[in-house]
Write a protein of this length. Structure first.
Length: 341
């Protein structure tokens, strides 16, 4: 019996003798938009391939809508897959690309026209039905691939690095497009990405993966503000990360006491550059580098604690390279890490 709409129970996945994913447990609710986030080799794409039926599990189960689909073939799973390369047929029109899977299911005539038309309308490409993929932009090709999967009415839609081939402007447009289509249709959507900004912007929940397992699951706000480990902290932009031992920071030059006692349960602490207090505090560092970033000015300090990155309002007076500054790592501005290493 499966308690969740999509459920992975103790899933282990192998490539030959290499274990890519080990004993993975994951539950996804109907209608969720979930990101599998992590570096190359963490197991995220392998997990997606198993859900799609393209990789047979070594052990464990996959449940979808109450049914065990672990051994069900890929073409009978009601799972859609949008590839990173879009995988459009270059010799077929947009209409025929979207109609391809429906024709294989024996759908034709007015029913085919209606479903293809609805699919193209949902992604704003009704007027492009007669074009070939080579006549479309990257973002338009992405939308054709999305429509082709959506017209099959999948229970789960999987997207492999869906925005990686687009430039920055198109990436922003397609984020909004994916969110709109997902919310309007209510389809359960899982996308794989190594881009933390993309995951934070799109997902209802983020599954951070490392070494074939789950490092942390949470909302974008939880992952961004409260990472549980040094790996997750580093992955979401905390640049000043320290282990704790006996209530002190572990540094290259020995233990360093903070201005306030840290939480007893914390294994480490992490500060974003903007939470570092610059100009006052118990520590000192030398300005090694500085850069103007629009509304802020960023500094790299060489300190006895190791390199420290700080950020202040660009309207404040700048500090010259080589100058010595006091600084603080306030406990109130830190993320408290449950695991380190």
């Amino acid at each position: 019996m499966f308690d969740s709409y999509l459920q992975l129970d103790k899933l282990t996945l192998r490539y030959g003798d290499t274990v890519a994913v080990r004993d993975l447990d994951l539950a996804i609710a109907k209608g969720e938009l979930v990101a599998l986030l992590g570096p190359s080799g963490c197991g995220k794409t392998t997990t997606m391939r198993a859900i799609a039926g393209l990789l047979k599990p070594a052990s464990g189960r996959i449940g979808l809508d109450g049914a065990d689909i672990t051994r069900v073939s890929a073409n009978k799973r009601a799972v859609g897959l949008v590839f990173q390369s879009y995988a459009l047929f270059p010799h077929l029109t947009v209409y025929e690309n979207v109609a391809f899977g429906l024709r294989l299911k024996g759908i034709s005539g007015a029913d085919l026209d209606a479903r293809v038309g609805a699919g193209l309308k949902s992604v704003g490409l009704t007027s492009f039905a007669g074009r070939k993929p080579a006549e479309l932009s990257g973002g338009q090709q992405q939308r054709v691939a999305l429509a082709r999967s959506m017209v099959m009415e999948p229970k789960v839609l999987l997207l492999d690095e869906p925005l990686s081939n687009l430039d920055a402007r198109l990436r922003l447009e397609m984020r909004a497009e994916l969110q709109r289509v997902q919310k309007e249709t209510g389809v359960t959507m899982i996308f794989v990405t190594h881009d933390q900004v993309e995951a934070l912007a799109l997902a209802d929940r983020i599954v951070v993966m490392l070494n074939g397992g789950i490092e942390q699951i949470g909302t974008p706000e939880e992952i961004y503000n409260n990472p549980v480990s040094a790996f997750v902290a580093d992955f979401v932009g905390f640049e000043n990360i320290f282990a704790l031992k006996d209530g002190k920071l572990v540094t290259p030059n020995g233990p360093a006491a903070l201005s306030e006692p840290p939480p007893q349960a914390a294994a480490g602490m992490a500060w974003r550059p903007r939470t570092v207090t610059l100009g006052s505090g118990p520590f000192q560092g030398t300005v090694h580098g500085t850069s103007f970033a629009g509304n802020t000015r960023e500094y790299l300090l060489q300190t006895p604690l190791g390199p420290i990155k700080a950020e202040i309002d660009a309207n404040l007076p700048p500090h010259e390279i080589g100058s010595t500054l006091a600084f603080d790592l306030p406990v109130a501005g830190a993320a408290n890490l449950k695991r380190f290493g």
